[in-house]
Design a protein around this ligand. Structure first.
Ligand SMILES: [Ca+2]
Length: 584
């Protein structure tokens, strides 16, 4: 099943990568040569261009703390990839205080007239997955390395106004938090577009308007995409949002899971023991989708509860059974966080391919969100607010974490501009007839896939049902894959071409449907190894459709699978989905 496209990709982590078949660069404007680009790609020449940006003061400079290696960097054409110029610097996000954020732009020799803004990761403060010239950008964008530059996109990313992901004190500074929530990305939409037209104008390209603008991001970058869709959708023709962070809900669930794990001795579940869970889940649920193939297409439909279905230790743990404390830890991870009345605050994790980050692994990020950004107090006693019990009201009856509604409301209000998951926020995007393509890994061990599903179900209720909503917003679940498609050996195809899907939707009117996806060996830190394809392809279906095997032919071949148009299989919820707090 290896394709020619995959064979032509050269994999070098953090370095330049060529994917010959992906290149669709537009013709070069008359008169501009690579030598012209090279002479323009100097700090002084770029600063003269930056001076033309009227949105805010832009300074071309090397960013501090090793965020980007130089103020300007020219890279000559190699293979089928055009030459490009990378430029970094700062732009003012708050004129009254002088607050700035960093940016990194990548400008290829043959501009296609389009602008792409690339989201960040986690709490940002770096360009690790938003540098278009590295392979790790595919953690954020899906697709292949080289897609963005090879196609001729001018692309921009920001560090969202601080250096370093956390622990540098910025989270208690209101100006810095506002940049992180939304302002750096919003301001960059103007700065980046103005810089782009000024830059190519200098190269004799007389286009003064950007033909199309897109946003793409996963994880923290998925949050950025949802925030853009919520608060400035007019800036983009299309927004791609992958496995998005909803900031407060996930933070609260993660701190709850970590608190559950620490509250009794022996509450930790070692990886070796956790590995016993998956075969039990698979035995119960793999075949529910019609075929026993190692992939659970709809983990919500499972009937699995750790308190009922896992082997229990009568006495001491022997590595083959679970203590009561360990079962409680797992139950808190799988179950929704609720308020005192049993209302779901944040859904729990999928039962498919459970990995240890789900057991409170994001607590450091969660504490930074809650204690520092919301409460401005590193000693705020958040953990003491949690209670743990089996539910006596609401649908979540398994052992789960409970938090007072007042605390949740305070956090949601305080962080509102950093959250893109309020369903009413999609009104503007839909009224403007812009497009949003959402994707989420169905076995996401960090940011629960049910975050995406619950939000989408609420959108459908608010915006006239699925068929109507799909005119503007489509959701694609990726079964059997972990966070942003990397991180652990997946069973399901973990890469697809999101940017082409969006271009076809916006530019050709072909709405995304049954998107072809392919399985690759992942990289532990995120992304996939494009030189290591596995023999498995499958269509990704638009929610609530689910991929169905035809019953004939190679089960690993996408041509033997389909997304039936009237299918509603992903609306089916079993005990696992109910305990996880999936909206019914
Ligand atoms: Ca299956």
């Amino acid at each position: 099943m290896m394709t020619a496209a995959a064979n032509k990709c050269i994999w070098l982590l953090g370095a330049w990568v060529a994917c010959a078949s992906q290149l669709q660069a537009a013709p070069a404007p008359a008169g501009a040569t690579d030598a012209d680009l090279q002479s323009l790609c100097q700090p002084d020449a770029l600063q003269a261009i930056a001076a033309k940006v009227v949105t805010g003061k832009v300074s071309v400079q090397q960013l501090v703390n090793g965020q980007f290696k130089s103020a300007a960097r020219f890279v000559a054409a190699t293979g089928n990839l055009p030459a490009y110029c990378q430029v970094s610097g700062t732009f003012v996000t708050n004129a009254s205080t002088g607050k700035t954020s960093g940016f990194l732009a990548t400008l290829p020799a043959r501009w296609n007239g389009k602008y792409l803004q690339i989201g960040c990761s986690g709490h940002c403060g770096q360009f690790f997955v938003s540098d278009a010239a590295t392979a790790s950008v595919t953690v954020t964008t899906q697709g292949h390395p080289g897609d963005i530059i090879g196609r001729g996109y001018a692309s921009f990313a920001t560090d969202e106004g601080h250096a370093g992901i956390s622990a540098s004190g910025w989270e208690t500074n209101d100006d810095a938090v506002t940049d992180f929530y939304y302002r750096a990305q919003k301001t960059l939409t103007h700065v980046g577009k103005e810089f782009t037209t000024a830059f190519y104008g200098q190269l004799n390209d007389q286009r003064r308007k950007i033909a199309r603008s897109y946003f793409t991001g996963c994880s923290g970058g998925g949050r950025d995409a949802y925030v853009a869709a919520s608060y400035f959708p007019e800036e983009f023709d299309g927004i791609i949002a992958g496995s998005a962070y909803n900031l407060i809900g996930i933070s609260l669930h993660a701190v709850g899971a970590a608190t559950a794990k620490a509250r009794t001795p022996g509450g930790n579940v070692p990886d070796a023991l956790l590995a016993l869970v998956d075969p039990i889940v698979k035995a119960k649920c793999d075949a529910l989708d019609g075929v026993q193939d190692g992939i659970i297409q709809n983990p919500q439909a499972c009937d699995f509860r750790p308190d009922r279905d896992l082997p229990k230790c009568a006495d001491a743990a022997d590595g083959k059974c679970f203590t009561a404390a360990q079962i409680e830890t797992l139950s808190v991870a799988y179950s929704a966080l609720t308020d005192e009345k049993g209302n779901v605050i944040q859904p729990g994790y999928s039962v498919s391919e459970m990995l240890s980050p789900s057991l409170g692994g994001l607590a450091a990020l969660g504490n930074a969100s809650m204690k520092l950004m919301v409460h401005k107090d590193p000693d705020f006693p958040l953990e003491s607010l949690y209670k743990f019990s089996s539910g006596d009201s609401g649908a979540v009856t398994a052992f789960h974490a409970i938090l007072p509604r007042a605390e949740v409301d305070k956090a949601m209000t305080s962080a509102r501009m950093g959250i893109g998951h309020f369903p009413e926020n999609a009104n503007n995007l839909i009224q403007l007839n812009r497009k949003m393509l959402i994707w989420h890994n169905f076995s996401d061990e960090k940011l629960s896939p049910y975050t995406g599903i619950n939000h989408y179900k609420q959108l459908a209720k608010l915006h006239g049902g699925y068929a109507k909503l799909q005119e503007n917003v489509r959701l694609f679940m990726m079964p059997g894959t972990s966070h942003c498609g990397g991180g652990a050996e997946p069973v399901g195809p973990n890469n697809f071409d999101a940017l082409t899907a969006m271009e076809n939707w916006v530019e050709k009117g072909i709405a995304p449907d049954a998107l072809p996806a392919k399985l690759y060996v992942p990289i532990l830190t995120g992304g996939v190894q494009f030189d290591k394809p596995r023999d498995r392809t499958m269509p990704l279906c638009k929610f609530p459709e689910m991929a169905h095997y035809s019953g004939k032919g190679d089960i690993n071949d996408a041509s033997n699978w389909s997304c039936p148009a009237s299918d509603k299989s992903l609306l089916k919820i079993g005990e696992s989905g109910r305990q996880a707090g999936v909206v019914e």
